[in-house]
Design a protein. Structure first.
Length: 316
């Protein structure tokens, strides 16, 4: 057995998703690390580690969700604190990677902020990143350290299988999500359809037409992120107009910004299935929103990394 396997495993959390961090620790039968993450009166972030991490393999759980910049800085300061406290390895677990949609120059003079965030995490001292359903898979290449990229499709597929829906068609809300839709369709043994849309400006979607047969079928729209819910609600309406029997929607990351909750409440959607990579505050919880936990998947990934086992087995 190698030295890495014998080293102590410790898990800490910043403030973005403490309940998920506790659930992950419960799955592994270990306590959540004792740390205080707060702010000084002037707004600067203050972190205090209340236990030794010297020589440990440390995992820090933090989604960089709203407020994105606060949570990103908490993560960077935590990693720096762990590095200076002589942690052996610092593994950053980012269930939701903020700024992932800024992954390329779409227009002249655009920043590539997803790359900047990767640089910051590495510079702070992280040795590895574990994340889930990156908006653009090439972000893995923005890092010069190992990145374990977990998938939400198996969790979503298991839920829909248990529902026993009939005559299912899996729908991608755009051409970019076809691979994701096909993964879900293969697990549900269903055909796929594609919404052909154009986006005239950010957060504004216009549905054009539907490629595939949806008439008389139960449609499941799958996306990685639902932000303002404009795309999803327009897609649901288009599917129903084309004769779909009913519409379910699902995603890994429920960003739900701006008018999202009101749109979801009013949308003709049977159920919206999401995961807890981003915590939903009380005012964003609706009866039609079902939250599935990624704690089991994340804990298994952490244990596999710690014990030097294959993480890709989790995708089988």
């Amino acid at each position: 057995m190698s030295d890495m396997v014998q080293r102590r495993l410790q898990v800490f959390s910043c403030n973005s998703n403490i309940n998920l961090a506790k659930s992950i620790c419960d799955q592994m039968n270990i306590p959540l690390g004792d740390a205080q993450v707060g702010n000084f009166s002037d707004g600067e972030i203050h972190i205090k580690l209340n236990e030794s991490v010297r020589g440990s393999d440390v995992y820090v759980i933090q989604s960089t969700c709203d407020p994105v910049n606060q949570h990103l800085m908490e993560l960077l300061v935590m990693v720096d604190a762990l590095r200076r406290a002589s942690a052996s390895t610092i593994n950053v677990v980012i269930p939701y990677y903020g700024y992932a949609r800024q992954d390329r120059k779409a227009r002249a003079r655009d920043p590539i902020t997803a790359k900047l965030v990767a640089n910051l995490i590495q510079t702070a001292g992280a040795h590895r990143v574990i994340t889930m359903d990156l908006h653009a898979t090439q972000i893995q290449g923005f890092f010069d350290i190992p990145v374990d990229h977990l998938l939400g499709v198996p969790i979503l597929a298991s839920y829909f299988k248990e529902k026993g829906l009939e005559d299912v068609v899996v729908v991608s809300p755009d051409h970019g999500g076809v691979v994701r839709a096909r993964r879900l369709a293969e697990r549900l043994e269903a055909p796929i359809a594609i919404i052909d849309k154009r986006r005239p400006e950010p957060n504004v979607a216009e549905v054009m037409n539907i490629v595939g047969d949806v008439r008389g079928r139960t449609a499941i729209i799958i996306d990685d992120i639902i932000d303002t819910a404009g795309t999803i609600t327009l897609a649901a309406n288009a599917l129903l107009e084309q004769g779909a029997k009913e519409v379910y929607t699902c995603c890994t990351h429920p960003v739900f910004s701006g008018p999202a909750i009101e749109r979801i409440r009013e949308a003709n959607i049977k159920e919206m299935v999401v995961t807890d990579t981003i915590p939903l505050p009380e005012h964003k919880k609706l009866d039609k929103i079902k939250v599935l936990s990624v704690a089991s998947l994340m804990s298994e990934a952490i244990l596999r990394v710690h014990n030097e086992q294959s993480v890709s087995k989790l995708f089988d």
